[in-house]
Write a protein that binds this ligand. Structure first.
Ligand code: MG
Length: 391
């Protein structure tokens, strides 16, 4: 299939930071995707919390299955809009590489630990993973991904962090935040595919965990419309022993509706703006979007999940223990950097000679903790404090 003129074309990539000869059989974005799949950080995603801790149940989403779902949804939309599927897949699979153990509770805790030292933000951390922290190549740190993949991974960035990135890499991935420009359509698509994926799978995991019910979900118009449509077509789903099928059928219909809505709304925006290159796309307002009504309905669903699932007392109790683990691990490694694995201990030693030794040491410790799986973080916490939480 021919790419649209507004799609990213690997032949016109802004390239890699370290020059490498092209691969004989793969495009540059396929190569990025393959590097991401083979990375250590990618394999760790299977043991990192999305909403539920890994050991709370075998069927809940983890960061890995979430990332695969984002890639599937993203590729499906990309194909319809003639965007670059390989780039969408690469960005989707990498978008959560920088997540800490224990989901948002872990990120909030690390952000607290690094207050005054630049804070901690998972998007920026995902970029640090692919730019610096993966150690796989003899000639450079990181995975040396293409500009367009890195641009998509960095979906948000504060102005202060963007200035720092720009100082390290002029005209790099920080620049668009200072110029208030958009990333490629492929990157915009991954953002939306992320939202569609977690809206749908958090309903599924939330109901299966028993923390939210199908009855409660009737207050969410976007979900209830498709529940009623499913019941109308298959009245037998009303029976109690069919509730699992009713849940799946409602989610399936809702997912399809969100995907078709994005395709239609974006196609209309593209027809109107008629961008003939990626550079034009970058200077326009976001073109990859929901329709206005779907945007509002998706917000309502997100609010419902926030109040009823992410703020459920059971989830909050786990979050508070997770936070304790991260805060105490951070203190323990700061006091005794030799307790970290070898590469990090070496970096901690080097931090003593940095311009701001405290900030540098804190960053090394944060990089170490952010890379951990839930299980490893719990075990390290037990080893260093003698107390057992969440394992
Ligand atoms: Mg995500």
């Amino acid at each position: 299939m021919t790419l649209a003129p507004y799609a990213c074309d690997p032949a016109r990539s802004r390239g890699r930071r370290h020059h490498e000869p092209p691969a004989p059989t793969r495009s540059e974005y396929q190569r990025d995707r393959d590097r991401i799949v083979h990375s250590t950080a990618f394999r760790r995603l299977v043991y990192k919390t999305q909403v539920f801790l890994n050991h709370e149940g075998d069927l809940f989403r983890t960061r890995l299955t979430h990332s695969l779902e984002v890639a599937q949804l993203g590729r499906s939309v990309a194909r319809s809009l003639r965007l670059n599927e390989d780039l969408v897949e690469a960005i989707s699979l990498a978008h959560d590489l920088g997540h800490t153990p224990f989901g948002h509770a872990g990120q909030d805790a690390l952000n607290e630990c690094l207050a005054g030292h630049g804070g901690f933000e998972h998007n920026l951390q995902s970029l640090r993973v692919v730019d610096q922290l993966e150690e796989r190549y003899p000639a450079f740190n990181g995975l040396n991904l293409c500009f367009e993949t890195r641009e998509g991974i960095l979906k948000h960035c504060s102005a202060a962090n963007a200035r720092q990135l720009e100082a390290d890499e002029p005209d790099g991935v920080g620049q668009r935040f200072l110029r208030r420009e958009q990333p490629s359509l492929e990157a915009q698509l991954c953002n939306l595919a992320d939202e569609i994926a977690y809206n749908a799978h958090d309903i599924d995991d939330g109901v299966r965990s028993g923390l939210i019910t199908l009855e409660q979900l009737q207050e969410v118009p976007l979900f209830d419309r498709y529940r009623l449509a499913a019941l109308h077509e298959f009245p037998q789903l009303e029976q109690r022993d069919q509730s699992r099928r009713l849940l799946y059928e409602s989610i399936r219909r809702m997912l399809s509706a969100m995907v078709y809505d994005v395709i239609d709304a974006t196609q209309a925006a593209l027809t109107q703006a008629a961008p003939n290159s990626v550079s034009v796309v970058r200077c326009l307002p976001p073109l990859l979007k929901f329709s206005q009504s779907m945007r509002e309905e998706s917000q309502t669903l997100k609010r419902f999940l926030f109040v009823n699932l992410y703020r459920h007392p059971q989830v909050l109790q786990t979050s508070s223990q997770a936070k304790t683990i991260i805060l105490e691990l951070f203190d323990a490694y700061r006091q005794a950097p030799g307790q970290m694995q070898a590469g990090f201990t070496t970096r901690a030693d080097a931090a003593a000679n940095a311009v701001d030794p405290q900030a540098s040491l804190s960053r090394v410790v944060a990089d170490y903790i952010a890379g951990m799986t839930d299980r490893f973080a719990s075990r390290e916490h037990e080893r260093l404090t003698g107390r057992r939480l969440l394992c």
